[in-house]
Design a protein around this ligand. Structure first.
Ligand SMILES: Cc1cc2nc3c(=O)[nH]c(=O)nc-3n(C[C@H](O)[C@H](O)[C@H](O)COP(=O)(O)O)c2cc1C
Length: 384
């Protein structure tokens, strides 16, 4: 082996692996490239998606992504909303607004699933309730996120009663049914990044002593109930996925305390649920999930859940993305910041065109679409 990069031709051939058509459940996709879910706090104050959001999502379909996962959408009008200007799927007006987005994406040949999210103790901007709930009454680590219009410490959530848990499960189920009405191709349950379902999964955050806490089976119980309720709500023909992470938006370096053994048990149990895929996210998807050696989180999910896996995390280099497929670690790759930089990343990668690094100003000071437009035109002014 020399240290030289492979010649352009074989490199492009490797990238072609990203472009083979494939199915998730009953949904046929033109390639293995997925837009990762990204909260953009750009809906109306009462949670309706806008025309600007429709063009934003359409641009990814036009740019060649096989599948788009929406930003996290709140599921009920009680405790699920996390952020001001977050869209919801909890009433007829919100469904109608999403219908416009979905048909715009479908018209451009895209496929789109709705990410269903309950913020739990990390809710920092909920127009429906002035307090938060979670598995246990513990103040979340860290500070509310400024780029989603929050500041200061998180509130201490009220520990959820069985009735609260029932209401949260019903919210996921009803939002999933409404996603079907809006025309979505499926839903992704947000079980990652420190939000409600991840709070229940995580030792040290879930201190419950009832059947929703304790062992890994207890901590998984809510996810099991939500997955089953969502599947019953959407039926067999729609895709149902689940997102899982170690890191949390308020604790970026978090690792699961139980390590590989817990991950194995967790993914094994998730593999028995009525799910069509698991979407794993790590800072760098290809790194060992635990310690310096061993499989990535995506590979652990694929091996133990035996479901199709979407891998996410710093995969904006086409070679790196293709290597996840080539190495049988994942079936799909999803891009967050890479897709924000280039909505046409798939076309560019396929043609071997230049890909720019992500510019933080797209999301700063506020992570909404208006800020992104302003920062893009400022950059164009500088360039011209
Ligand atoms: C502005 C922004 C908003 C995000 N919102 C969500 C979200 O709503 N749901 C979610 O599961 N992940 C969310 N994420 C995480 C991304 O889906 C993805 O995991 C992260 O950007 C790392 O992938 P990347 O390296 O391709 O950017 C968000 C990321 C960004 C940058």
């Amino acid at each position: 082996m020399t240290g030289n990069p492979p010649p352009a031709e074989p490199r492009q051939r490797a990238v072609e692996r990203l472009f083979s058509p494939v199915r998730i459940g009953k949904l046929a996709l033109s390639n293995r490239l997925v837009v990762a879910p990204m909260t953009r706090v750009s809906a109306t104050v009462d949670g309706r998606a806008t025309e600007g959001m429709a063009s934003y999502y359409r641009s990814f379909a036009e740019g060649g992504f096989g599948l788009i996962v929406t930003e996290g959408i709140y599921t009920d009008k009680v405790f699920s909303q996390g952020y001001q200007y977050q869209p919801g799927l909890a009433d007829a007006e919100q469904v109608e607004a999403w219908r416009q987005v979905v048909s715009t994406v479908h018209d451009a040949g895209g496929r789109i699933v709705a990410q269903l999210m309950h913020a739990g103790g990390l809710a920092q901007g909920n127009i429906h309730r002035d307090h938060t709930i979670g598995p246990s009454a513990l103040r979340p680590k860290g500070e509310q996120m400024a780029f989603y219009r929050g500041n200061g410490p998180y509130r201490i959530p009220r520990a959820m009663s069985e009735a609260d848990i029932g209401e949260a499960v019903a919210g996921f189920a009803s939002a999933a049914a409404l996603a079907g009405e809006a025309g979505f191709d499926g839903v992704e349950i947000h079980g990652a990044n420190g939000y409600l379902l991840d709070q229940f999964l995580t030792e040290g955050i879930n201190l419950r002593q009832d059947r929703y806490g304790g062992s890994i089976a207890g901590r998984l119980q809510l996810l099991v109930e939500v997955s089953e309720a969502v599947r019953s709500a959407v039926g067999a023909d729609h895709v149902v996925g689940l997102r899982i992470s170690q890191a949390k938006v308020n604790d970026f370096l978090h690792k699961r305390i139980g390590g590989g053994r817990e991950a194995e048990a967790m993914f094994g149990a998730l593999g028995t649920l009525p799910l069509d895929y698991i979407h794993t996210t790590e800072f760098e998807a290809w790194r060992p999930a635990f310690g310096d050696d061993g499989p990535s989180l995506a590979a652990l999910a694929r091996t133990h859940a035996r479901l199709p896996v979407l891998a996410n995390g710093s995969l904006h280099d086409p070679q790196r993305a293709a290597a996840m497929i080539e190495g049988d670690e994942a079936d799909f790759v999803s891009l967050g910041r890479g897709a924000l930089t280039h909505a046409d990343w798939p076309k560019r990668a396929r043609e071997g065109l230049a890909l720019e690094p992500f510019d933080k100003r797209i999301l700063s000071p506020i992570a909404d679409l208006a800020n992104a437009d302003r920062s893009r035109s400022a950059l164009l002014d500088i360039a011209s």
